[in-house]
Structures are given as structure tokens and as C-alpha cells.
Design a protein around this ligand. Sequence first.
Ligand SMILES: Nc1nc2c(c(=O)[nH]1)N[C@H]1C(S)=C(S)[C@@H](COP(=O)(O)OP(=O)(O)OC[C@H]3O[C@@H](n4cnc5c(=O)[nH]c(N)nc54)[C@H](O)[C@@H]3O)O[C@H]1N2
Ligand SMILES: Nc1nc2c(c(=O)[nH]1)N[C@H]1C(S)=C(S)[C@@H](COP(=O)(O)OP(=O)(O)OC[C@H]3O[C@@H](n4cnc5c(=O)[nH]c(N)nc54)[C@H](O)[C@@H]3O)O[C@H]1N2
Ligand SMILES: [Mo]
Length: 779
Amino acid sequence: MSNARRGRTASHWGSYLVDTVDDEVVGVTPVPDDPAPSPIGQNYRGNLRGGPRITAPAVRKGWLENRSRKGRGADEFVEVTADEAVELVASELERIGREYGNESIFGGSYGWGSAGRFHHAQSQVHRFLNSIGGYTRSVNTYSHAADEVILPHLVGDRAEFLRSVPSWKEIAEHTQEFVAFGGLPARSTQVNPGGVGAHVNLAGQEAAAQAGVSFTLITPVRTDTVEQLGGQWVPLRPNTDVALMLGLAHTILDAGLADIDFLQRCCVGWERVRAELTGSIDGQAKDARWASEITEVPESVIIDLAHRIGSHRSLIAVTWSLQRQHHGEMAYWAALTLAAMSGSLGLPGGGFGTGYSSMHNAHVWDRLSPAAALPQGKNPVSSFIPVARIADLLLHPGEAFEYNGRTARYPDIRLVYWVGGNPFHHHQDLNRLMRAWEKPDTIVVHEPYWNALAKRADIVFPAATSLEREDFTIGMADNWLSWMDRVADPPPGVVTDYETFAAITTHMGFGETFTEGRSPAQWVERLWDETRSKARSLGFDLPDLETFRRRGSIQLDMPRVAPTAFSSLRRNPQENPLTTPSGRIELYSATIDDFGYADCPGWARWMEPAEWLGGDLARTYPFHLVSPQPDGKLHSQYDHGSESRRHKVDGRTVVRISPEDAARRMVTDDEVVRIFNARGACLAAVRIDTGIRPGVLSLPTGAWYDPVDPAEAGSLDRHGNPNVLTVDIGTSSLAQGPSAHTCLVDLERLDEVPPSVDAHRPPRIHPRPQTPPQSGEPE
Ligand SMILES: Nc1nc2c(c(=O)[nH]1)N[C@H]1C(S)=C(S)[C@@H](COP(=O)(O)OP(=O)(O)OC[C@H]3O[C@@H](n4cnc5c(=O)[nH]c(N)nc54)[C@H](O)[C@@H]3O)O[C@H]1N2
Ligand SMILES: Nc1nc2c(c(=O)[nH]1)N[C@H]1C(S)=C(S)[C@@H](COP(=O)(O)OP(=O)(O)OC[C@H]3O[C@@H](n4cnc5c(=O)[nH]c(N)nc54)[C@H](O)[C@@H]3O)O[C@H]1N2
Ligand SMILES: [Mo]
């Protein structure tokens, strides 16, 4: 007899009603509350059982037999019982803590995991590692590390700044010129961290266009943005936005349109900016001609746009992608400088805003949230890395690094513990990461699926998916609370991350510290109670858990409050100072200047990125590769799902190329090409696109890394993962963020038959041996 269930789930890409039969998903229906649901949810179908699902704890053969650090990615696995796996991990954690100290455990474990307040993978793993004595952590995000570090220097409290940015509603009412650096990629608005109850962002964009807002889309890829916005496309050379911004600023100054009163009253550093623009610092005026040479945007376009910015209510918007590149800090600083000069900063619908399309809830709802979080405990270990310095950490133990004005040291990492993220998806220069990955004694991973990370672990715990446990979500800056049912039982023997951590801590004698004696259901109850009392302090009355569970979702009335920070600053900077050292907007920062970083000066300057089309390397690698977020999935999650596969050609990622370049290289639609540089090579399927600038290729992230020879760093990736090509350098010494969008490559036709993609096939797994494995010392 079949066992059919229907229940509700919530995810980073929306909420759905899910039908299962015999613990497999057979139907996915968006909830009626969502006017524009994301198709990403369809990836759930047929993916709970079979295929790449991990169904038992497994240990890499080479590690099990002789603690070998070689062979990660190529080795076979041996299934063990949960008790054996727990015993192996517990004794490794004890050994490393004893011999090297807990700073030799890296638990930065970056990644999105799944939605849910209690089962949130990062909170779980950090609470676990804290309860056994701490770990080396990571700071900031891959999404916007450069912004997280620089904005507090420029505008003070970043959270307060983000609450002050004009909403789409305000834009429709007041903005005349919306200048979008990085475009407004519609695809990204499908997603919101922690959940999105109803997709309304694109409707907000379209309403603004209908209200007469004029859009200028400054991006090498026009195709990202919804057509209804119309607007002017300015296809600049990638990574030259700062030069364009300075050229616009110079033109505004030259035309007498700069808001000198605001610059002098509300900002510090205007004299420095003026000196930079006029050339009295380096002898080079940053005029439209100068900017045109760097950006390849015609001078007349720059002059026209500058006049529109300087004489209308204008909003300078920057995507997050603009700071995910070399010197990414400068893109935000230059945009803020331009906005401060425009005459619109601090006025309704005007000024400077970030990430308008980078996440669903960017500037849609108020950011106050009643969400309770799983307490993570205290980390007694102080060592840390900027999140994107993971390969440097493993390759350079003991070496010093710079970060935001301080010098710190990389500890000597012996054990890596990763839960709810995928560095073989998210990190740059995967071939370099492969070499770094050989350094630790032991790598422990929890994963639902045999992806590239799980295949490169020593000890793998299977994890129950979000469809196989109960929880609830409140997305970041979202106004919905959504219940998550257990719509299927996990495969026999598969448990949640929490239950695995409870077993390991109990084995090590810290069980009570980790669990506080609570079952998962009791934790969910406790987090709900806390959410209710936080909600009460915000003026909302939430029902008890049973009522919430029955109703499934609750919407809070949380419209955006009218922005205040910059308008009150504009009114009276003495009475309403920002939380910067000067109390004003810092167009020049003495703090940053005093850090003395050659790659991050104290005011907005154009600096050549490590790789760009105007540099010498472009003679060898003539294409700039951008690697945007994927359309049919979140990062690498459910890469094997139907919606993800719909965006591939014969299972391979699609690379977009201009008609001119396609003709020059004699490649046609769907043809498989090899994309390469000195760091690596991958295959991808061609899609000719009139919305892409010649000289630029766009290859989205998310394909599970699939090298022909998994034992060899540098081997051809068959699947189309751009991170075999991207460069692993920090944005600058200030934030040390990822520089994924700074990347030159070449492309060629593939004359032989392309090897087929093998990424979703599990590794070879041996059944459990008769004699249980021994825990022991590494060789
Ligand atoms: N080239 C290039 N690279 C980039 C970017 C780019 O623009 N260009 N963008 C970067 C950005 S902004 C980001 S945020 C990162 C994203 O990188 P990640 O967040 O690391 O990517 P995900 O694929 O979301 O990884 C989440 C993993 O957690 C697993 N998982 C889900 N739920 C659970 C759970 O409950 N328990 C456990 N144990 N596992 C779970 C999923 O199966 C998946 O493998 O990528 C970065 N990489
Ligand atoms: N469907 C889907 N949506 C997502 C995600 C996902 O995985 N899937 N991930 C989410 C996450 S974690 C994040 S952080 C956000 C990221 O959101 P964003 O950072 O906004 O998105 P990206 O796709 O990285 O880049 C957007 C566009 O920037 C442009 N671009 C790249 N380089 C340059 C440049 O030098 N100059 C200019 N002017 N433009 C450039 C390209 O056209 C690119 O398509 O997206 C979120 N939304
Ligand atoms: Mo991100």
C-alpha cells in the first residue's frame, strides 16, 4: 500500500505544498499566497531517494586504511554504522584538540544550507564546535564581504544604512533616473536568505517603470534584466565601473552640477575627491574621455548620463556582484561619491543603494525581524579567516594576513568540519583548492547528496533534507512566517544534523551542553516561544505553535519605514550624525588611509584589476568571464533537479557569447566548447546571445565540479563549473573578499566527441566490513 502525504515546505526560494508517495516527492505546488512563485521548487521532485542521495555514513577508503591524505575526490568509500562513524569523528576531534588545540579545527563551514530556524546548518555546526571547545571561524560572506567591511567606514551602521535605502514604492513615486551598475538581474530575485513568503520584487520594478522611472542598465549582460523596464543598455568593459563612476563625477563637477553644499556640510573628504577628479593628485583628470578609454563607453554617453544624474532625482544602484571582484571595495565607494555629488542623496527616491535585485527582499520590507535563532554558545578560540581565504589558510599555516587594519595569522588546520555549504561550488580556483585540500589530516562533512564536497571528504554523515524534518522559517527582511512539515521520512538510518551532533557530543561527554536535554520538537517549540515574545516587542501578536502549524503561514504587516538616516543628515548633520568617526559620510576615510594598503587607498580611485580586457593578459586570454548565479537553482543545490537540468544542454552548463564572437570563433548554438586559462579548463554548451557585450562570456555557477581525472588538480571539468577558471585573490587587504568576477579566459571549439558528464553519480561504495574500523593516528 502506498503512503501518500501532502504538506507544506519553505525554502530560500519560496514556499510550496509538496505531495509525496512512499517518501518520494511526486508533486510541488506553490502556495497560493505567492503571486510569482519560483520554478526552482520543482527541483524537489524525485530527489529524496536513489540517485546521488547519501544513505549511510561512509569513510574514504584511503583514510580508513592508513589515514592517507591523498586521493580525496578519487577514492572509494566504505560504509560504516552510525556508531562507528561517531566513534571515528569523536576520537579525531579529541586527538586534534589534545595535540594541537582547537584552533586547528576549521569550522568556518560557509554555506547556505536550507531554510528553517532550528535546523539551520551553520548554527548547528557552530553550536556543536563551541560545545566541544571551539574552532577557527570565518568572517563575512561570499555575497558581499567587501561591502560588509567598507560600508561601516563610509556610512557607519550598515544595518541602519540598509534600512534607509529607498524602496521600490518610493522609487516609483520619486525617482527619475535609476542608474543600475551591474544591471538588475531578475533571476536573483527568486531567492532570499531564510525564505520568501511571496515574490513581489519584480512587480515593484515593473511598477516603477510604468510610473515613468528611466532605467540605465550598466552591465556587460543585458539579458539578466526584465524587458519591461526598457531603458538604456550601457555595455561597459567588465570591472571598469569605478572609472565610469569617476568619469560621471568629473563631468558633473565640470558642468557645475555638483551639490557642493551637501558635499561640504554632510561629507568629509570633498577636497580630496575634487583633487582626484581634476588630476591634481596624479596629473590625470578623470574626465569623460579618460573614462571612455578605460570603459569603452562612448564619451557622449557618459556626458549625457552625467547630466541626467546631476539634474534629476537620481538613484545610483550597485549590484553585489560589483564588489565580488578585485578592488570591489572601490565600486561601492565611487558609487557613494557619485551619489553624494548628484544632489539627490538624502532626498526621497534618491541617492545610493545596493543589491536592488541581488536578493528578493532587498529594500522591499522593513528589516526588523522577530526571528529567534538557535543559540550558538561561546567560541573560546579567537583565530579566524576572512571567509574567502580558505585555500590560503590551508596552504600557508603560520603566515600573516591583513584584514581591515589588523594583521592576523593563519592557524595550522588539522581537521576541517563542513556542514551546509559546498566549497567545491563556492570557492574560486578549484584546482588550487584541490591542492590545499590535501593538507588537513581529516575532513568531515554532513551532506544529503554525493556532491563534489562529499566525494572529497574522509568521513561523511548523511543528512536529512528539509522535507524530512519539522521547522519554521522567517526569511531575512521578509514579512512571512512559514511552517515546514515533515512531508517524508528520511531513508532508513539517515538522521538530521542535530541528531548526529547530539550523538558525537554525547560520546565525547558534552551531550548536555549541546542538547540542553531537548528533543528537536522541544527546540522548535522553544524557538517559537522566543519568536512570539520578540514579535510582541515589535507590536505583533503571534498564535501558539499548534495554531501556527495548522494555519501554515502568517503575514506580518511590516511595510518599509520611510528612510531617515540620509534625510536627517541632509537636514542637520550636527544634530543627526552618522556613526562614522566624523559623523558624516566619509568620501575620504582617514582610518582606511592610515591602514596604508596599496590596494585600498583612503578615497575612491580607479585601479586596474588583476585581470581585465584593457590589460596585457587580454592578449593571451581575450574574453572576460563573468560567473553569475544560476537561474534554475540556488548555487549548487539540486543541480540534479529537473528545473536545474532544464537550463543545461545535454547535461552541461550553458555559456553565453555574443553573435560577433561566435562568428569569429566559428561556434554555433548548443556546440560544446572548451573554456580555459592558466588555472584550469572546463567544457560548456554555447548559447549565442545578442544581450551580451562582445569580449565577454557569461557562465553561471552551480554545476557540480566534475573533472575527467578526479585525482589530478588541473584536470578538465566536463560540467561547466566556472570556478576552475576564476582567480583566488582577495578584493583587497581591507576586506579580503572573493574576486570571482575578475577573470580572463579563452574559448575554443572542441574537435573530439565531448566526454559525458558524470557529476551526479555517487562514488563507488563498499558495504560495511566485518571487523569494525579502528580509530588511530595518521601516517
Ligand atoms: N564564480 C563564482 N563563485 C561564486 C559566486 C559567484 O558569483 N561567482 N557567488 C558566491 C556566493 S555569493 C555564494 S553565497 C556562494 C554559495 O555557496 P554555498 O552556500 O556553499 O552553496 P550551496 O550550493 O548553497 O551549498 C549548500 C550545501 O548544503 C547542502 N545542504 C542543504 N541543506 C542542508 C542541511 O540541512 N544539512 C546539511 N548537512 N547540508 C545541507 C546542500 O546540499 C549544498 O551542498 O557561492 C559563491 N561562489
Ligand atoms: N536564482 C538564483 N538567485 C540567487 C542565487 C542563486 O544561486 N540562484 N544566489 C543568491 C546569492 S547568495 C547572492 S549573493 C545574490 C547575488 O546577486 P548579484 O551579485 O546581483 O548577482 P550575480 O549573478 O553574481 O551578478 C549579477 C550581474 O552582474 C553583472 N556583472 C558582473 N561583473 C560586472 C562588472 O564588472 N560590471 C558590471 N557593471 N556588471 C557586472 C553581470 O551581468 C551579472 O550577471 O544572488 C542571490 N540570488
Ligand atoms: Mo551569496
